[in-house]
Design a protein around this ligand. Sequence first.
Ligand code: FMN
Length: 321
Amino acid sequence: MGLSTAFTELFGVEHPIALAPMGGSAGGALAAAVSRGGGLGLLGSGNGDHDWLARELPILAGESAGKPWGIGFQTWAIDDGVVARALEHDPAAVMFSFGDPGPFAERVRGAGAALILQVTDMEEARRAVDLGADVIVAQGTEAGGHGARHGRSTLPFVPVVVDLAAPVPVLAAGGIADGRGVAAALALGAAGALLGTRFQATAEALVDPATAKAIVEGRGEDTERNRVLDIARGSRWPAKYTARTLGHPFLDGWRGREDELAAAPNARREYQDAVARGEIPALPRWASEAVDLIDDLPPAAELVATLAAQAEAALARAGRR
Ligand SMILES: Cc1cc2nc3c(=O)[nH]c(=O)nc-3n(C[C@H](O)[C@H](O)[C@H](O)COP(=O)(O)O)c2cc1C
């Protein structure tokens, strides 16, 4: 039967499911597989790195079988030229997260692409409405990867954004890793769900095997929001955003001592040396609080169909006495 929403109608997709544009790991093959599976695949271009896009965009164009797809950026890390280059490839949507999307909104709409804005608090949500977003993603703190340091939980945050944004469709994000979560998003009034961590554990994700294994074996209580690993690796993420990651020896050593770490070049060098010796992973293992629900590495198109079928079943079950 299919779950038809304002989101599926806007993009002409079969299922109310979007791939989070996870920087570096949501490459062309994964985005294309999600779109082929009937969801909306979003390429995770992060800061718009030219070489990465030159490699991944042709893969996406070649494998998406004419289905709609989009591209996502970390707003604080990009400039106008990056967006202009992406628009040359005719994405159905451009998504911005983490920072002020104001400087880019008109250019995206002018090119005929849908403007998707991910928000982590009410101030960002109001700004997204003012900028005329076509879709708003309401991200709760359960999310894997980056999000607001003082963010809101998905369950209460999504309906508040839905009410604020109506009639603009809202996608729920953060802590959704199976079809029951997708059903919950719809019950909250969202027009669908955007999933990140669940899609990290798929055949097409650009994730090293040890990280995929860590996600499959990970537990929600092992995840934690922190800035420690961003500081340790010398990343320029604004202090407003922390990231939810799996446990890490450096996190145990520096938890609560972020300022001290920032002022300790030796400690940051130790981190790089430990990476070079292969003692710690090259990147933090970003993961959702919903990581317990992930125990396989399916092909992403198959996963989209499974999530949609599970969501339909969950809604039908909930409606039965
Ligand atoms: C590994 C990873 C990388 C991410 N990178 C980005 C990114 O570059 N841009 C972005 O908009 N969101 C990024 N996110 C956040 C997602 O957009 C989304 O909000 C989140 O994955 C939803 O929560 P979930 O992981 O519980 O599904 C990332 C998430 C993960 C897990």
